[in-house]
Design a protein around this ligand. Structure first.
Ligand SMILES: [N-]=[N+]=N[C@]1([C@H](N)O)O[C@H](CO)[C@@H](O)[C@H](O)[C@H]1O
Length: 826
């Protein structure tokens, strides 16, 4: 929010080519202090970035002024992860300056592609949860919703993945090595965050609920923000990222003087470690103390900043829940509930009940998983040490909550134990999901099945106690990045067919494409677009793996984090089955297929790292086999990330969404692939169900157990029985055991076989036969080019629902109750 001082004349959006070129040159001189003749690649990139960025600053200033004027209800999105993707092309598109760059670059003898090499994506997230946060911010700005995203400016993002002898090796992601031209440091808004220490009663509070916390350590939270432009609207919101810095007096001069150089900077290192690196775990909790420090650091800085913004235009606290709505992206930022209580009760001296009423009306919680191992709990011992005041507040919150439970279910101790925020056995731990539900107005799942299962299983007792709190908001993806930017050829064809680009901000208009599915000429052009995208992909595959793949082969894509519930091993069993078939019948007329994997495994997830090694070993064997490689190629593209996704997704024919039903909360890759004309082979899991409902069963390859069947089978499951009675399955598993993919070493991949024939936690063997038969149906369908292209067109035409604009509209209507604020164009 800004004050009413007169504003300098801002650079206009787009403007003229001359003005753009003028700004470029002056930025090269005055920002980079260099000349055209001596400018380096990074100089060129930074100058271009700053010139484009500055065309957003004008819109941001007008947005801030409009928001100051309107003093609206604001959405604050708290997330430990954001996968923003590369910024240059997005901002060129959103400022309408794309058209200027190529001619000017040619003028200056450089290419956009050369400059783009320095456009590093901020990998501040692990997977779907982080990318969803970025898509929602994009849609909030596009829908003119006053919003700020808060996150952590990790110095090192998600590790860079490379392979050595097929094994994943992790390299630090030094994403700001060349600096980040898209961010604005804002040191004036720095915050101080405390840790450890002790508490004491507040002298003037008979209730004993107010206390005095004296932290033993403090760090500084240094903010910087990046602009989040809306598409087709002047609105520009921000994402504010916090970086930890040691407090000023941390450098120990006397120790340095005594030559104890390491000790002299120990406190500085300690402090900076808080935002040093993203924890690379996806869907698995990370119980380290530093992780909890990161989470508290994020919420402590963000809440102070939110209160600073609120008090710029509002007095008192009554209006706080009316002006501030905070969305908690999973349990990672849930300490915000206890932090707001601490600020309101201890610092702003509100009485407990008023503070609690304000807090509950301010927060909402999105749950992104069903996996028990992903639901975070923190030991009471650690919390009492690291955040003693917050642990006291949790005890008080739980005390009053259990009083309410006891009143509702008198004498039902079991219910009390199940609902309690504190888990008593085997160790006293705080259940963060329970704290989130108790401290929030709304709780939502991210797909219909997920939300239903949450209410029936994981959060069943809460859903019975507070049914009105539970909502479903099915995930979505932004069509700007994942269709318009990633697939310009398809975008052009769609715009031509629909007559304008309105579909980009009203994606359900795509359903008007359905009619084109019966137009042979359109089908031909649709195929051509897909083929050209596949050619681009073959170049990237060859560049990064050396493997030559056929652009006319069926492009079968599985791109997502490696996790047992996602069942990359089931995909691999299918690949080995095709391999065995071709070895047995070299002359068989098998549909040419390229199987493309992409995804990282958490560094500590040894089973998945071994599976990555097996995927690369199978790929090596298949791709070098003179017979098999004529029909089949397998590739694991290294370092899968948002930028890679933007090249793979437009080229995909078949989208693998084969998780065990009931395990994948939603998935968002499934949506991006369908919107780009890939046909899904999948289970009745997460958002697959809603995709199938919309595209039609005839345009979706469904197989496998549904969620209830999986639960029932799990109770008496013997994977070995499936192995015994299915010769192809047996041959595939035996091939892994034989060492044929490990130069004869039978022990290397034995753990994979043991897991399959032992517990097979996610029922891959039970779903194998249905999956292989479904894949055979895919091959048959692929042979009928028009039928396949028709399915491809209808998948794109009927998945407009999965726009993150629709998702944000649902959050606004069901949870945030916030209205757009229009910003005047310049
Ligand atoms: N954490 N987490 N959850 C996930 C993903 N792994 O990031 O969130 C994503 C975003 O909600 C979901 O699509 C996905 O199913 C779920 O597993």
């Amino acid at each position: 929010m800004t004050d009413a001082r007169p504003r300098p004349k801002m650079r206009t959006v787009g403007g003229t080519l001359e003005a753009f070129e003028q700004d470029l040159i002056s930025n090269l001189y005055y920002q980079r202090g260099t000349t055209l003749e001596s400018a380096s690649g990074p100089d060129g990139y930074h100058t271009l970035a700053v010139t484009v960025r500055d065309r957003l600053v004008g819109r941001y200033a007008r947005t801030a002024a409009a928001h100051y004027q309107a003093n609206p209800r604001f959405v604050y999105y708290l997330s430990a992860e954001y996968l923003l993707g590369r910024q240059l092309r997005q901002n060129l598109l959103y400022t309408g300056t794309e058209q200027f760059v190529r001619p000017i670059a040619e003028d200056l003898g450089v290419s956009l592609e050369e400059l783009e090499a320095y456009d590093v994506e901020p990998g501040l997230g692990n997977g779907g949860l982080g990318r969803l946060a970025a898509c929602l911010l994009d849609s909030m700005a596009t829908l003119d919703i006053p919003a700020v995203g808060y996150g952590i400016r990790y110095e090192f993002g998600i590790f860079k993945q490379a392979f050595r002898d097929g094994a994943q090796v992790e390299r630090p992601d030094d994403w700001t090595f060349y600096g980040n031209p898209w961010e604005f440091p804002a040191p004036d808004d720095r915050q101080v965050v405390g840790f450890y220490g002790s508490t004491a009663p507040a002298l003037d509070d008979p209730s004993g609920l107010r206390r005095q916390w004296t932290p033993a350590e403090t760090v500084r939270g240094e903010p910087s923000h990046m602009l989040v432009p809306g598409y087709g609207t002047p609105t520009v919101n921000i994402i504010r990222l916090w970086q930890a810095r040691a407090s000023r007096e941390s450098f120990d001069l006397s120790r340095f003087g005594a030559g104890q150089y390491k000790e002299a900077v120990e406190d500085i290192v300690q402090a900076e470690n808080i935002s040093k690196v993203l924890y690379p775990d996806d869907s698995t909790e990370q119980g380290r103390e530093l992780r909890l420090k990161q989470q508290y650091f994020l919420v402590a800085c963000s809440l102070r900043d939110i209160i600073r913004r609120y008090r710029l235009r509002n007095t008192g606290w009554d209006a706080f829940p009316a002006k501030v709505v905070i969305q908690l992206n999973d349990t990672h930022p849930v300490m915000a509930i206890t932090e707001l209580m601490r600020l309101l009760v201890d610092e702003y001296r509100l009485d407990w009940d008023l503070a609690w009423s304000i807090t509950r009306r301010t927060f909402n919680y999105t749950c992104h998983t069903l996996l028990p191992e992903a639901l975070e709990t923190w030991s009471v011992e650690l919390l009492e040490r690291l955040l003693p005041r917050h642990m006291e507040i949790i005890y008080s919150i739980n005390h009053f909550f259990l009083q309410e439970v006891a009143a509702t279910y008198p004498g039902d101790l079991d219910k009390m134990r199940r609902l309690s925020i504190i888990q008593e056995y085997p160790e006293k731990r705080v259940r963060m999901a329970h704290l989130a539900v108790v401290g929030s107005t709304a709780v939502n799942g991210v797909a219909e099945l997920h939300t239903r299962l949450l209410a029936e299983t994981t959060l069943r007792d809460f859903a019975e106690l507070w049914p009105q709190k539970f909502h479903n908001v099915t995930n979505g993806v932004t069509p700007r990045r994942f269709v318009r930017l990633a697939n310009p050829r398809l975008s052009e064809l769609i715009t031509e067919r629909l007559g304008d680009e309105g579909w980009l901000t009203d994606l359900e208009r795509l359903d008007r494409l359905a009619g084109a599915a019966d137009d042979p000429a359109f089908l031909e052009r649709w195929r051509e677009v897909k083929r050209l995208n596949k050619v681009d992909l073959t170049h990237q595959v060859e560049r990064s793996t050396g493997v030559v793949v056929d652009p006319d082969a069926l492009c079968d894509v599985m791109i997502k984090r490696f996790h047992e519930y996602k069942r990359q091993h089931l995909k691999l069993l299918h690949v080995i089955t095709l391999f065995n078939r071709l070895r047995e019948m070299p002359e068989m007329d098998m549909v040419p297929r390229t199987v493309l994997f992409g995804g990282k495994a958490a560094p500590g997830y040894h089973a998945m790292k071994l599976l990555i090694r097996l995927v690369n070993a199978v790929a090596e064997t298949v791709n070098t086999d003179p017979v098999v490689s004529r029909h089949l190629k397998v590739v694991l593209l290294p370092d899968y990330n948002v930028s890679r996704a933007q090249v793979i997704i437009p080229a995909a024919d078949l989208s693998e969404q084969i998780s065990l039903a009931g395990k994948e909360a939603s998935g968002t890759g499934n949506m991006k692939l369908a919107l780009n004309g890939a046909v899904t082979i999948g289970t009745l899991d997460g958002a697959n169900i809603e995709i199938r409902d919309r595209v039609g069963a005839e345009n979706f390859f469904l197989f496998g157990l549904d969620a209830q069947q999986a639960v029932d089978l799990r109770r008496h499951y013997e994977p070995r029985a499936y192995y015994e009675r299915d010769p192809e399955l047996r041959a595939a598993v035996d091939a892994i055991a034989s060492g044929v993919f490990a130069k004869g070493d039978r022990s290397l991949f034995a753990p994979v076989v043991d897991a399959m024939l032992g517990r097979d936690e996610y029922l891959a063997l039970a779903d194998y036969r249905a999956y292989v038969e479904c894949q055979d149906a895919v091959a048959t369908a692929w042979r009928d080019r028009d039928r396949w292209t028709r399915m491809s067109v209808l998948n794109a035409a009927r998945t407009g629902f999965f726009s993150s604009d629709r998702t944000v509209r649902e959050y606004c209507d069901k949870i945030w109750r916030v209205d757009p604020v229009r910003v005047e164009p310049d």
